[in-house]
Design a binder for this molecule. Structure first.
Ligand code: IMP
Length: 180
């Protein structure tokens, strides 16, 4: 799998440092309150586990699964709710945990949905922010790295459902796209 990677963008150490920084920010933000942290499947699983273990504060956790990419390189534009949360979030503060914000469509869909359900506040923590891809307005409160306009894989991010288990974030060799 490592042989498919052209270059590393963020190493394991870079990511560990970012998780420590973001965990401290989250800890300070929610001091004395108990938010519900909601991870967006499947990409945010690795990041969520690491960042939240760096936040010494009370919280509940849940997951939601939405799909927009259908395994390829470009967003389809329509968001499907695949698996819902089971927590009643009415009147609760929510911290959404995302792997990457690209067009912003997924984030907007999720924020609207959670507010409709009565969340009193929705904040966003994302490992990566790709502002050059933005189609709808979407801002995050806690950001690991601002990424250039490249398709990235690893540490939760996939190409055709693979490469999520790479421990770092990198760019695939061009021939991987042409042969797959
Ligand atoms: P958005 O709705 O376009 O902001 O896309 C959000 C979702 O698209 C993310 O949660 C990822 O699953 C996927 N995505 C966007 N950019 C990339 C990328 O560079 N690599 C892998 N997945 C991506």
């Amino acid at each position: 799998m490592n042989n498919d990677i052209l270059k590393t963008l963020y190493s394991e150490q870079d990511i560990a440092d970012a998780c420590q920084r973001l965990g401290a920010e989250i800890q300070a933000e929610y001091k004395d309150r108990v938010p519900v942290a909601i991870g967006v499947l499947r990409g945010a699983v690795f990041f969520m586990a690491d960042v939240l273990r760096n936040a010494d504060t009370y919280m509940e956790t849940d997951f939601i699964d939405v799909s927009s990419y259908h395994g390829g390189l470009a967003s389809s534009g329509t968001i499907d709710l695949v698996t819902d949360i089971s927590t009643d979030i009415s009147g609760r503060e929510v911290l959404l945990i995302e792997d990457i914000v690209d067009t912003g469509r997924t984030l907007k869909y999720l924020i609207d949905l959670l507010k409709q359900r009565g969340a009193s506040d929705v904040k966003v923590c994302t490992l990566l922010d790709k502002p050059s891809g933005r189609v709808v307005e979407a801002t995050s409160d806690f950001v690991g790295f601002v990424v250039p306009n490249e398709f990235v894989v690893g540490y939760g991010l996939d190409y055709k459902e693979q490469y999520r288990n790479l421990p770092y974030v990198g760019v695939l060799k061009p021939e991987i796209y042409s042969t797959n």
